[in-house]
Design a protein. Structure first.
Length: 250
């Protein structure tokens, strides 16, 4: 019920490292990061206390106001700005798809239309479906957070479209393991995360690509009122046997 969801929101929190990542490029846009924290209701010591955390509601607000202040939904991490409204236009282009595979393919094609520097690709090979995220040009180098942001959003948006948390065979990351690797497992709902891989990729069982899209243009309107918060905090029932078994194991 609603009271249970509000309780979950209060209990969910985000590590300081992700707060710092949101604010990392503020100075390049002549934006005061302390002002962003203040407007989001976050304490300034979150930037100096390594174990500090902020509530998911405040973190979502911080993301939103920083994106609007920068006029860049990619938070300054890619070559060309994702102007405010880019994400909403992607959502509108996907909402009429019939299956998850159809939606993730169109999701990928949308980002490939722009010269942002990073492109997702959906590849289906036998029993595996992989959403691979690569630089447009192999020599380009980007910070880890831009891959994390796109992959996190893709996984959570796909889950929203089918109204269930999508189980992953694994999450592959090219960069090496870090002391905060548990944060990555938290990001991807305790799914297996492997570092030092050939590609950044979300790896699904191919059968999930046949899941029907259950969201509608009407529900999309509600989603786009607070998309960052929905992606971070939305709870779904584990309806499939696979997800139920995985939940019991976890």
């Amino acid at each position: 019920g609603n009271s249970h969801e509000r309780s979950l929101l209060r209990e969910t929190s985000i590590p300081a490292s992700f707060v710092k990542a949101v604010l990392r490029n503020c100075e390049r846009y002549d934006i005061d990061p302390m002002l962003m924290l203040e407007r989001a209701g976050c304490q300034p010591d979150v930037l100096v206390e390594p174990m500090a955390r902020v509530s998911v509601i405040r973190f979502a607000k911080l993301q939103t106001i920083t994106m609007l202040a920068m006029r860049d939904e990619s938070l300054g991490y890619v070559e060309q700005r994702h102007l405010p409204g880019t994400w909403a236009n992607m959502c509108h282009s996907v909402i009429h798809c019939t299956t998850l595979g159809h939606a993730l393919h169109r999701f990928s094609r949308f980002w490939q239309m722009f010269d942002f520097g990073i492109d997702p690709y959906l590849e289906i090979d036998g029993e595996e479906a992989r959403l691979i995220v690569r630089p447009t040009h192999s020599e380009q180098r980007f910070e880890a957070y831009v891959y994390e942001l796109l992959m996190f959003n893709a996984h959570r948006f796909g889950s929203w479209l089918v109204r269930q948390h999508l189980p992953l065979k694994c999450v592959n990351l090219r960069f090496d393991s870090t002391p905060s690797q548990q944060h990555y497992r938290d990001m991807f709902l305790a799914q297996p995360v492997f570092f030092g891989q050939l590609d950044h990729a979300l790896v699904f069982h191919a059968s999930l690509m046949e899941l029907p899209i259950v969201q509608t243009p009407r529900s999309l309107t509600h989603f786009l009122r607070h998309p960052n918060l929905v992606l971070l905090a939305q709870q779904y029932e584990n309806r499939s046997w696979t997800s139920r078994v995985q939940a019991l194991i976890r």
